[in-house]
Design a protein around this ligand. Structure first.
Ligand code: SF4
Length: 887
């Protein structure tokens, strides 16, 4: 029998870089994935998350069948119930009582039918998406200024720039492949300058010639002051302003109020005056400047103004739409851009059209829709508020986990309890949100889905399925189409394959579009299924003028405003309030996890870089609060509390008075680490985007009486200890644990779960010291170590022992002794996930003379695959060999 190999080109489902991925399936088995060499986003590279995609394809935790109130049911029952309820709610309370909440994980085709159903046929615009949490401020600022939600540049511009200003983005961890492209560009042209503007010293600062550790909330003051400075220095492109822009004087007047001089600006921003002068000088003198910005800008109460203060600078200098010159907002999610194209946000209609009478009428005629929504719908925070108030009676959440990601997440949980019917379609069974739903629908996952996504440079790529969906799981577009048909719209939702939906979407973009709308896919209409399947990545628009797509917009000075001129937006710099003793909580991503971990938590290689939720503290705050490094800490405010591990940053990566907490951990993976529960509902008045990076919290040490870890052959779910964190390993499952009182109660709970026979135990109760293991048929089933204090020693030897088919006498002795017999290397925390190289191994190599990342790569291979760990390698070199110049 020959092993048939099938090769598929698809895209990574994680971040907005949108890397191409090569898949090879041999006799049904998926080989380790590799980067697609021809994809213009990544040219063959993948970061550590993308490289581990094949580890996430198992069906653990998958949702396999529709359920109603926890009971398995048929698709027919579930779909009929949903359609009946929507019909009843509309007839009793009107269409505004129905709401959908989607996700940047949906494919464009899924998004298109959901938006069409809601805004054209249900007749309300209450369809919002988790992209509201991600880039709504970037959308609003582009539309206010350049008249369209259009990223003006392309990834090449990041390489062509002579000055790259990275603001509010830890690209090294959040958009690693773009960061690698930036790094390679700087290596090739060392004169290229990189400025990082971020309150934290992140891995991205590794690339920076200048890091401005700005006081949070003072960015607008900084950019306004820069506009004022450029004017004073006569460094504006007056010709561009005069011929292609409006409102400059008003914007300059607002900007002139920012600060009187550098000294005052330094005091406001809390940045060294000399550094500010250097940055301003570089910006003035560098024609090829790209401003690259992300959630640090968007997730603020004035995110739209912040983004507009950046765009103002590019308009004032004419640096937009030129090679190496543009304001470039980067999206977080893989298809946030696709959602923006089809109208996934509540304040958009479809195909870059809004709710003007002309747009509504055009969309109504194209869709043959009975009732196109008359006005924008509710944005995410307001939407869930109205769920709580009882105005929304039917809520359908698609492919997202708002009980973790929304601000004041516990209030969202309470809101869902008020709703008459909550439907969740998801590929995962055990999310915080599926637990709160009445009806749960199994959706197909990455690897099974078929459609398109658009990345942050407007590049549309195919996401292709290569595996069958397990159980009854179905694509999202199919589920929505089935509901639409049950509502009586069989003719309007005739789709049997995503290529038909894409064609509808492309034709709508071209419909009565005489060049007024930049989003134009007329060149992609009428594709056969084969052509759609063979579609190569292409940047929109694709039309007669740009049949192969367009790299840059606005190089011709033509903007998509009514008079085709760009608008300067006068921005008032609002100064952040002075703080009392509370800490300002900032939130963000870690390197190896994605969103609420439903996919990345399945890959053991991704669990080892950072295995617990944490909070980063400045040493003086830690001292003041009695918080100790590597001990547990409680963060709390009036909305809730979380318990995480404290990291006291002696490298001064954390500003005083501020604390950083990662966003990923949910109730599935940790006892109490849903940081969304602490975040207030403040949001930007223009975009509605929540200020996820600015909440007041208080911190206090969380003392426990014992700490330990548990390795098991089976996943035990939540544990009976005050603190636990779950991770998958190569050989089983691991929990970090900590608790109050006597450990014997916890030990009993584990023995009750796994059976009380067959345990071997060493105990020293006076010191709260226990080591237990459960062996069945010569194989380890569980290992439980408990100590009075946190044990930092490596567990890797135990994880390896766990995988053995037969335990030796030595193995048994080693487990009870609590240490490996003979010499065994303790790798330490994993730094390089690709080659599983730990901190201790790296430190030893540094001590032996490796004094740059290349030398470490040569000796240990670390950093030589995806490169995501290179900034950390450099910081370890700097830490352990401070006298050696870091390359
Ligand atoms: S940078 Fe990494 S996570 Fe983002 S799309 Fe590329 S491989 Fe995926």
């Amino acid at each position: 029998m020959t092993n048939k190999q099938v090769n598929i080109e698809t895209t990574c489902p994680y971040c907005g870089v949108g890397c191409g991925v090569d898949i090879s399936v041999v006799s049904g088995d998926v080989s380790p994935v590799s980067g697609m060499k021809t994809h213009p986003a990544n040219f063959g590279r993948l970061c550590v998350k993308g490289s581990a995609l094949h580890d996430t394809l198992n069906h653990t935790d998958r949702l396999l069948h529709p359920t109603m109130n926890g009971q398995t049911t048929s698709w027919d029952n579930a779909l009929n119930l949903i359609a009946d309820k929507i019909r009843q709610v509309i007839s009793t309370h009107g269409p505004e009582a129905v709401a959908f909440y989607g996700s940047g994980q949906l494919l464009t085709e899924d998004y298109y039918v959901a938006n069409k159903l809601m805004k054209g046929f249900i007749g309300s615009a209450n369809m919002d998406t988790n992209s509201r949490l991600c880039m709504a401020s970037a959308v609003a600022s582009y539309k206010r200024s350049i008249g369209s939600d259009t990223v003006p540049g392309c990834y090449k511009d990041l390489e062509l720039a002579d000055l790259l200003v990275i603001t509010g983005s830890n690209a090294a961890w959040a958009h690693p492949i773009l960061f690698q492209r930036m790094t390679a560009a700087k290596q090739a042209r060392p004169d290229m300058k990189v400025v990082v503007i971020d309150p934290r010293k992140t891995a991205t600062c590794d690339l920076a010639d200048l890091h401005l550790a700005i006081k949070p909330g003072t960015d607008t003051t900084l950019f306004n002051a820069l506009l004022n400075y450029l004017n004073q220095q006569d460094a504006l492109d007056t010709n561009f302003i005069e011929h292609h822009c409006e409102n400059f004087d008003e914007a300059l007047e607002s900007a002139s109020a920012a600060a009187n001089d550098f000294s005052e600006l330094a005091a406001i921003t809390d940045v060294n005056q000399q550094d500010l002068e250097t940055f301003f000088g570089w910006f003035k003198d560098t024609e090829r400047t790209v401003s690259f910005y992300s959630q640090g800008v968007n997730q603020s109460i004035d995110g739209t103004d912040k983004a507009n203060s950046i765009i103002n600078l590019h308009l004032a200098t004419g640096r937009i739409g030129k090679p190496g010159a543009c304001p470039f907002s980067i999206t977080g999610q893989p298809n946030a851009m696709g959602g923006r194209e089809v109208g996934g946000l509540a304040n958009q209609l479809a195909a870059h059209m809004d709710f003007s009478p002309e747009d509504r009428d055009r969309v109504r005629r194209f869709w043959k829709a009975p009732s196109v929504a008359e006005r924008p719908g509710l944005k995410a925070v307001d939407l869930f508020n109205e769920v709580k108030s009882g105005k929304i009676k039917f809520l359908w959440i698609m492919s997202t986990n708002p009980l973790v990601s929304m601000p004041d997440a516990d209030d969202v949980k309470a809101a869902m309890k008020q709703c008459e019917l909550v439907v969740v379609s998801d590929c995962m069974a055990n999310t915080d949100t599926t637990a709160a739903a009445h009806v749960v629908l199994p959706a197909s996952s990455w690897g099974e889905k078929n459609g398109t996504v658009t990345n942050s440079e407007r590049r549309i790529s195919r996401q292709r399925g290569f595996l069958p969906s397990p159980g009854d799981a179905k694509p999202d577009w199919w589920i929505i189409t089935q509901v639409a048909r049950r509502l009586g719209y069989e003719d309007e939702f005739p789709y049997e394959h995503p290529y038909e939906i894409f064609d509808d979407h492309a034709r709508l973009s071209a419909y009565e579009n005489e060049g007024q709308r930049d989003f134009d896919l007329s060149g992609l209409t009428g594709m056969s299924r084969e052509q759609y399947d063979a579609l190569s990545p292409v940047q929109w628009p694709v039309n007669a003028e740009y049949p192969n797509g367009r790299e840059r917009f606005y190089d011709d000075g033509h903007f998509y405003t009514p008079d085709n001129k760009a608008k300067f937006i006068p921005v008032e710099a609002v100064r952040p309030p002075e703080r009392d003793d509370t800490l300002l909580m900032n939130t963000g991503r870690v390197r190896d996890h994605w969103h609420t971990m439903t996919r990345t938590a399945k890959a053991p290689v991704l669990a080892r870089h950072i295995s617990e939720p944490y909070a980063d503290f400045h040493p003086e705050d830690a001292m003041r609060l009695g918080v100790r490094n590597n001990r547990l800490v409680k963060l709390f405010n009036e909305r809730g509390d979380i318990i995480v591990r404290a990291r006291v940053r002696n490298d001064m990566a954390q500003r005083k008075g501020e604390v950083f907490v990662p966003m990923h951990w949910t109730s599935r993976y940790a006892s109490k680490a849903r940081m969304g529960a602490l975040i207030n509902k403040d949001n930007d008045p223009v975009s509605g985007q929540p200020a996820l990076k600015m909440s007041d919290v208080t911190a206090e040490r969380y003392d426990t009486e014992w700490e330990g870890f548990l390795l098991t052959a089976q996943d035990l779910g939540p544990l009976a200890s005050e603190y636990w964190v779950y991770n998958v390993t190569d050989t089983g499952h691991m929990y970090e644990i900590s608790g109050q009182g006597q450990p014997v109660d916890f030990i009993k709970s584990i023995r009750d779960q796994l059976g009380s026979d067959g345990w071997m135990m060493f105990s020293d109760p006076a010191n709260r010291h226990y080591r237990l293991c459960l062996i069945e048929e010569d194989k380890l089933q569980a290992v439980l170590f408990i100590h009075k204090e946190y044990d930092f020693s490596s567990r890797q030897w135990l994880i390896d022992t766990f995988g053995k088919d037969e335990l030796s006498f030595q193995d048994r002795r080693a487990i009870l002794a609590g240490r490996p017999m003979g010499k065994q290397e303790d790798k330490g925390a994993i730094i390089c996930s690709c080659f599983q190289v730990g901190e201790n191994t790296i430190n030893n190599a540094i001590a032996e003379g490796c004094n740059n990342a290349e030398a470490l790569g040569e000796k240990l291979k670390c950093g030589t695959n995806c490169g995501s760990c290179v900034p950390e390698l450099k910081s370890l070199i700097a830490k352990y060999q401070p006298e050696v110049a870091v390359e």
